[in-house]
Design a binder for this molecule. Structure first.
Ligand code: HPA
Length: 245
């Protein structure tokens, strides 16, 4: 059985139904992870869980120590990673409440610790990242979403911005011209670091708001939180289905 790790984002700082067996407070050569890694069982399946923004939710996207998080998960024995991300919807097919299992990424972030391959190296390494997400894990998420009977897209391009502010309407238009369907702040460098550690990785994205300029009115945290709360039940069920295999 593959030991899956779940990286929970906004709205998923804890995993309801997780029977916790151990809290692993880890240090890594890259610093301290966002929170202790929880090891336990979800509906009878062993799983690791890490709250990306800490628990309680306190670390903004640009200050997350993605390297420490990924390193610690690998050290804890993770063999595959499912990332849960709240995102804004750019494409018409991505309204609030919609789920997506993206298949591509465009990275607009800067200044984040984005690689393990720096410092004193024996040789220069360029990982292949043509397909940033793992095919098998994506398929498992898609099957689980289908079984849940919820509205979802089985592909999409995730544009990762720096945050913590939301985008301008013009920035969202540019993302759209670039081919992005979704916009979030935490998809990168997480996915690339997982690839550097040779950990299969896929993303379960929940659209929590129309991206800037895609609806009238302001984007409010209250609206986002309402959609998050509604969607998290489905997220938990999807995760349990994937773990059950
Ligand atoms: N933009 C960037 N990140 C986000 C958004 C958004 O509109 N919604 C949730 N995460």
């Amino acid at each position: 059985m593959t030991l899956h790790a779940i990286i929970g984002g906004s709205g998923l700082t804890q995993l309801e139904g997780l029977r916790i067996e151990a809290e692993l407070s880890m240090e890594t050569p890259h610093g301290t992870p966002s929170a202790p890694i929880l090891r336990g069982e979800l509906r009878g399946r062993a799983v690791l869980f890490l709250a990306r923004h800490g628990h309680p939710h306190r670390i903004p996207p640009h200050q997350i120590n993605y390297r420490a998080n990924l390193w610690a998960l690998k050290q804890a024995g993770a063999e595959a990673i499912i990332a849960v991300n709240a995102v804004g919807g750019i494409a018409q097919a991505m309204p609030a409440g919609h789920f997506c299992v993206p298949q591509q990424i465009i990275d607009y972030t800067y200044g984040r610790g984005h690689t393990f391959f720096e410092g004193e190296l024996e040789r220069v390494t360029h990982i292949d990242f043509s397909e940033p997400y793992d095919t098998g894990l994506r398929a498992a998420l898609i099957t689980a979403l289908r079984s849940e009977g919820v509205a979802f897209s089985d592909h999409g391009v995730y544009g990762c911005t720096q945050g913590p502010r939301l985008e301008t309407a013009a920035e969202v238009l540019r993302l759209e011209r670039d081919g992005c369907d979704l916009v979030g702040m935490t998809g990168m460098p997480e996915a690339a670091l997982a690839r550097e550690l040779e950990l299969p990785y896929a993303c379960l994205a929940l659209v929590v708001n129309p991206a800037a300029g895609k609806a009238t009115g302001l984007i409010t945290m209250a609206d986002i939180e309402r959609v998050l709360e509604q969607g998290m039940g489905t997220v938990r069920s999807v995760l349990a289905r994937v773990l059950a295999g």
